[in-house]
Design a protein around this ligand. Structure first.
Ligand SMILES: [Zn+2]
Length: 216
C-alpha cells in the first residue's frame, strides 16, 4: 500500500529529532511568508503600492497614481506660476487642471498649450475650452501620437512623467509624476524640445485645426 507523501514526512519527523527541526523551520517560514503577504507590516516595510504619498529629494518630487496626489501637485505648481506656462499634452480632460490654467491665463501668465492633434478633438478634451478662454492652443500632428505630458513653468519648474492631464490618470491608472525645481540644464533642453514641437504645430480651432501661417 502506497503511503501519503505528507504522511511520510510527518512519520519521518516524528522518528527523527533532526527532521522535526527542519519541519518546524519550514512551517515557520511558511507562516512568516503568509504574514508578510497579508497585513500587519509597518508601512515602511510594506510592498510599494500606488496609493503612497510619494517623496521629495534634491528639489525633485515624485507621486504615483491612482489617487496619489498627482493632480493636486500639478494644480499647485500652476497656481504658483507668475510668468509663463508651456504645456505639452496628449489626452487632456482634467477639469481641475484646465481651470487652474485658465485662472493663470486670466491673471496674466502667458500660457501656451501644444496638444496632440487627434486627442485635441476627442470627447471630453479641454483643448476647445482652453482656446475659448483665450489660451494659445496649438496642435501637433507630426507624430503618430504626440505623447509628451510636460509643463514648463517660469523658467524653473519642470513637470513630467506618464501622468496625462486626465481624471482617469488621477483616479484609476497606474502613472507617475515628477516635479523638478531649479534644474536649469534640464529646463533648457525641455524648453528647446517644446519650441521644436511648437514650430511644426498648428493653431487649434474647435472641431479641427487650421494651418498656422505664423509658424510656416
Ligand atoms: Zn512635434
Amino acid at each position: 500500500m502506497r503511503q501519503d507523501p505528507l504522511n511520510d514526512v510527518l512519520q519521518g519527523a516524528l522518528n527523527s529529532p533532526g527532521k522535526a527541526l527542519v519541519l518546524l523551520i519550514a512551517l515557520g517560514a511558511f507562516g512568516a511568508g503568509y504574514y508578510i503577504g497579508g497585513h500587519g507590516l509597518p508601512a515602511a516595510l510594506a510592498p510599494p503600492n500606488s496609493s503612497n504619498t510619494g517623496a521629495n529629494q534634491d528639489n525633485i518630487s515624485v507621486r504615483f497614481s491612482p489617487k496619489g496626489g498627482c493632480t493636486d501637485a500639478v494644480v499647485a505648481e500652476i497656481r504658483d506660476a507668475k510668468q509663463s506656462i508651456h504645456v505639452q499634452a496628449y489626452s487632456f480632460t482634467s477639469r481641475g487642471i484646465i481651470a487652474a490654467l485658465i485662472d493663470a491665463h486670466r491673471r496674466g501668465v502667458k500660457v501656451m498649450l501644444v496638444n496632440d492633434k487627434k486627442a485635441a478633438d476627442e470627447q471630453g478634451s479641454k483643448a476647445s475650452e482652453a482656446a475659448e478662454a483665450g489660451i494659445d492652443v496649438r496642435v501637433d500632428g507630426r507624430h503618430p501620437i504626440a505623447h509628451n505630458k510636460i509643463m514648463l513653468i517660469d523658467g524653473r519648474t519642470i513637470i513630467t512623467g506618464s501622468f496625462n492631464f486626465t481624471n482617469q490618470a488621477e483616479n484609476s491608472n497606474a502613472e507617475n509624476l515628477l516635479v523638478l525645481h531649479d534644474k536649469p540644464q534640464l529646463y533648457r533642453v525641455y524648453e528647446e524640445s517644446f519650441q521644436q514641437h511648437l514650430a511644426h504645430s498648428e493653431t487649434y480651432t474647435a472641431g479641427g485645426a487650421k494651418p498656422d501661417r505664423r509658424t510656416r
